[in-house]
Design a protein around this ligand. Sequence first.
Ligand code: ZN
Length: 83
Amino acid sequence: MPELLPEECDCQDEDIDILTGAATCHMCGSRRYLTTKQLDRLSDLQAEYDEYCHQLETEQQEAEPAEMERREMESHFEKHPHG
Ligand SMILES: [Zn+2]
């Protein structure tokens, strides 16, 4: 671990490797190791985020047919404004 770099910084732009528990700052290159507690919290957040992404994907897939139907109706009314 480089000694000249601060262990923590205020950049808040860290790249965290969950496997090694090492956080590297993109801005100043500062490196530090997260505590087990922080890592636990992080993997919780990661799991929540994955779940959230999965939910969004599912919602999008479900919403798509309805959206296409709506566009079809719109183009129908464009072609037949009085019908
Ligand atoms: Zn930094």
